[in-house]
Design a protein around this ligand. Structure first.
Ligand SMILES: [Mg+2]
Length: 264
């Protein structure tokens, strides 16, 4: 088990994990965040949220300048970089492909690019102002599906021919480039840390949804936070260190950290 004095990076999902699913509060995790900061352990957000949403959240938690992974892994921002790197097709290309398929096959879905900030606010519980930040997308599209699962499979197959993949988050489905995922971005991030100073960086990952599975598989220690999605979160059998929390959201986050990190 890692200790607070080891080279350690914490990689965490936000909604339903570090942030409460309903209130978006991270208050219960503040004591742990303070301990990590005191030991210079980076807390890397790995979220379906956009850069425009993540940067102010980092500021609120005193984590400005820390690397982050946005839009489900479609975008990776390392430290010292002015702007994040897009791991595949950009937002305009993703939208164009979805639009073409809708025109041709009549698929019924609502993407963030189809609606105004008021409706995105209703879907998410965000204020209209915060919803605008969620709409400022760079490399993936979030959408609500309005047809059968079978039609969703058809849509997914057709998107695959365009080099795009569909992943399921806590509230929305997401379209992004094939091969990009939270896990792929996490592996790239860990490579960056290890190359930077040659130290044997260990990683602990925390997530609550099916879109966190690749993240949980890419880290040394996986915390599956109790969540609300009906799809079970099951990590690869190769993942040796897995802990499932009893508590939801930030309380579960602390429970997982208590389990894996031995006090120095
Ligand atoms: Mg989540």
């Amino acid at each position: 088990m890692p200790s607070l004095t080891d080279p350690l990076v914490v990689i965490t999902d936000l909604d339903g994990s570090l942030l409460d699913h309903h209130t978006y509060s991270w208050q219960p995790a503040v004591p742990w965040l303070d301990r990590l900061k005191a030991h210079h352990i980076p807390v890397v957000f790995c979220s379906s949220k956009t850069t425009a949403e993540i940067v102010p959240l980092q500021e609120s938690m005193g984590l400005s300048g820390t690397p982050f992974i946005a839009e489900n892994g479609a975008l990776l921002q390392l430290d010292g970089e002015l702007s994040g790197r897009i791991m595949g097709q950009d937002y305009a290309a993703v939208r164009a492909a979805m639009e073409r398929l809708r025109q041709e096959y009549g698929f019924k879905f609502f993407g963030f690019g189809d609606v105004d900030e008021k409706l995105v606010g209703e879907w998410t519980g965000l204020s209209a102002q915060d919803a605008l930040l969620a709409q400022r997308r760079q490399a993936s599209e979030a959408f609500i599906w309005r047809e059968s699962d079978e039609r969703l499979r058809d849509f997914t197959d057709l998107l695959a021919k365009e080099g795009l993949a569909v992943t399921q988050g806590g509230r929305f489905y997401h379209v992004m480039s094939q091969g990009s995922s939270k896990g792929a971005a996490v592996r790239r991030l860990l490579q960056h840390y290890r190359q930077q100073d040659g130290r044997p960086w260990q990683s602990i990952g925390l997530g609550d949804g099916p879109n966190d599975i690749s993240l949980l598989d890419a880290v040394d220690y996986a915390v599956i936070i109790r969540g609300y999605t009906k799809t079970p979160v099951t990590v690869s059998p190769q993942q040796r260190y897995v802990y499932r929390t009893n508590a939801y959201g930030p309380e579960g986050w602390c429970e997982g950290m208590d389990y894996f990190i031995t006090s120095a």
